[in-house]
Write a protein that binds this ligand. Structure first.
Ligand code: GLC
Length: 631
């Protein structure tokens, strides 16, 4: 007899309970309400299971059966991240666009925040005023449920956000706190005067130094200061209070029971604060994420967690869990380091900085994975370590300045069209905004009507996408990139957006123009069909599933980076030329991993190559890549 869902839940809870208790108590044991909240946490877990539909419980069982290689490691997944309103208007209309995703091959959707947030102060939906009410701009909760059902019917997966670190200042908790309610003031970091905020400021960096300098905001209604690390209207939740953890855990389960397959945990690096620190990546933040993972594992195990920590390479690894919690924290993280390093290599034509970072990235534990991407709704930060730049022989300060100039139009000869974001005059830091197409030179090339430049930018776009498709992890396209959308400057005429140039790469899709994806000869068609082909190749190659099976090939040529994916009897070599010139690579490169292929089939160009002698060369055209299988 098959065990009932109920029995399976009890088994899972039993095996997680020790960890749940230890993790919880390591943070909250001494809190006056600690034990009372612990009992409530157990009730919350039970209730989440009880409220879960049988359909989702059945799906949990099926997902768990793919062990030991988790369902989410599959090479058959390919995602897209999009703003529902800017993509197609509404949730109900998105249901009509599922055919479009299927045509492209995308089967995993990240819908940018859909829950209620104030129209003019929403940070793109990341300032939530009600975690359970779909904002009427997008539609209704009922429509979201219908969309999820239809996606499930089509074997598509859904990712939504939980904005864990803060609420909007219009959230009910914040409104009560403003009115002087002490219980709700304790949900946030409130201070009577500047003494403690000034202490904190000594070591806290600024996230949006131009639009939102400082980390605290004065609340005139109650004459107090509140911590606001992001914008002044985003109030940081106080996770030293176990009630806050409980409430947010309950919200996490609410999303799980909507049928979310991957929950994007927004800004988890920030959830624990301590004076004298940068208030990022603190050990307690990891403990709380591990606790969330264990609770989810018990009640709603079909939901994986993505930690949106955009942090230095050595810090990112900790979000997968360390020590006895290895692979027991977030299932996914963004490979932001790799993403930024691809932009680095594209600007310099030199892959050495990218290679210098790989020893860190290879530490990712088995059973966890990356979200790989070239662009998302946020800026590109050059957050990799100075020593990696030094390793390639560059001066870190001059090198970063070059990259920022190159992508923001301050370097003559650069075809890229982007802008600097988050410029910090004090530290000299800045990040980069701009769409994939514009940063790859398409906008400038189209303006000049320069066929050669258009061709070059198209090659760059596909090269950038291709690397993320084969390096391991789920590729996450950003909407509009599949149809070559360049920067959208209309945000400059919108008061609620003009202070944030990230909106330039968050286009409003013009479906009339988008229909060019079906017209051979158009740039839109070349990019769309190229992306479609990349997805098809990826789906064919089981060896591309992320099983920690990546080996970097010896760098015989600094302009070319190459990797080998291997599993059982399958082998695939992937080569990427980041240079604007043809590059030569000795055939020896294919024989250095105890392999001796005779013939290689390239899935991209659909051609065969005979492997030649070591003193002969394989030629890679400018910005070209190869996905080669020994045959
Ligand atoms: C994340 C989001 C970003 C947002 C921030 C604050 O980094 O990706 O868009 O501004 O969190 O919620």
């Amino acid at each position: 007899m098959k065990p009932s869902f109920e029995n399976l839940f009890k088994q899972r809870l039993r095996s997680s309970l020790g960890d749940i208790s230890n993790l919880y108590n390591s943070v909250y044991a001494l809190h006056p309400q600690g034990q009372q909240c612990f009992s409530q946490l157990l009730e919350t877990i039970e209730r989440a299971f009880t409220l879960r539909s049988d359909v989702l419980k059945q799906r949990d069982v099926e997902k768990l059966q793919t062990e030991p290689v988790h369902w989410f490691l599959s090479n058959e997944l390919c995602g897209m991240s999009l703003y529902v309103d800017r993509f197609c208007g509404s949730i109900s209309e998105l249901k009509n666009k599922l055919d479009y995703f299927e045509k492209l091959g995308v089967n995993f959707l990240h819908l940018m925040p859909l829950f209620q947030s104030p129209e003019n102060e929403s940070d793109g939906g990341y300032a939530v005023s009600d975690f359970r009410k779909v904002d009427k701009r997008f539609g209704t909760l009922e429509e979201l449920k219908q969309l999820e059902e239809e996606m499930r019917r089509r074997n598509m997966y859904l990712m939504l956000d939980i904005v864990l670190n803060h609420t909007s200042d219009r959230h009910a908790w914040a409104l009560k706190a403003k009115q002087g309610n002490k219980q709700y003031q304790d949900y946030f970091y409130f201070f009577d005067d500047r003494t403690e905020p000034d202490e904190f400021e000594k070591s806290m960096p600024e996230i949006f130094p131009e639009a939102a300098p400082g980390n605290f905001t004065f609340i005139k209604e109650c004459s107090k200061w509140v911590m606001t690390v992001f914008h002044h209207y985003q109030w940081d939740l106080n996770y030293t209070n176990p009630k806050v953890f409980l409430e947010m855990m309950d919200n996490i389960f609410f999303y799980a029971n909507l049928g979310v397959d991957v929950l994007r945990v927004d800004a988890p690096a920030f959830i624990w604060k301590e004076k004298g620190t940068a208030c990022q990546n603190l050990p307690q933040a990891h403990t709380l994420l591990q606790l969330i993972k264990q609770c989810v594992q018990a009640a709603t195990p079909g939901m994986a967690l993505l930690g949106e920590a955009i942090v230095a390479p050595h810090e990112i690894m900790k979000y997968f869990g360390a020590g006895d919690k290895e692979a027991k924290e977030c299932d996914f993280a963004y490979n932001a380091t790799q993403m930024a390093l691809q932009w680095d290599a594209l600007a310099t034509g030199d892959t050495r900085v990218m290679m210098a970072a790989q020893h860190e990235l290879l530490k990712k534990p088995f059973g966890t994975s990356w979200i790989t991407y070239t662009r998302c709704h946020d800026d590109i930060g050059l957050g990799y370590d100075d020593y990696m730049i030094g390793h390639a022989g560059y001066n870190p300060v001059a090198h970063r300045k070059f990259l920022k100039d190159y992508y923001s139009g301050n370097y003559s000869g650069s075809p890229a069209r982007g802008a600097l974001f988050g410029v910090n005059e004090k530290t000299g830091d800045a990040r980069i905004s701009g769409s994939l197409a514009s940063l790859c030179g398409l906008e400038a090339a189209l303006e000049k009507n320069d066929a050669a430049a258009i061709d070059e930018s198209v090659k760059k776009i596909l090269l950038m996408q291709a690397m993320g498709f084969f390096i391991g992890g789920i590729p996450m396209l950003f909407y509009g990139d599949e149809s070559a959308h360049t920067n959208d400057y209309t945000y400059l005429h919108d008061e609620s957006k003009d202070y944030d140039n990230r909106w330039m790469h968050r286009p409003v899709i013009d479906w009339e123009k988008n229909s060019d994806v079906d017209k051979p000869g158009t740039v839109e068609h070349i990019i769309f069909s190229g992306t479609q082909k990349l997805i098809q190749i990826r789906k064919k190659l089981g060896v591309i599933a992320d099983k920690k099976n990546l080996t970097w090939l010896r760098p015989h040529n600094i302009h070319v980076t190459g990797l080998l994916r291997a599993w059982d009897n399958e082998r695939v070599y992937c080569l990427f030329n980041f240079s604007r010139h043809p590059q030569r690579l000795t055939w020896k490169v294919f024989k250095e991993n105890a392999l001796s292929p005779r013939r290689l089939y390239d899935y991209w160009s659909e051609t065969f190559f005979e492997v030649k002698k070591d003193n002969e060369y394989f030629i890679l055209p400018p910005y070209m890549f190869f996905i080669l299988e020994p045959r």
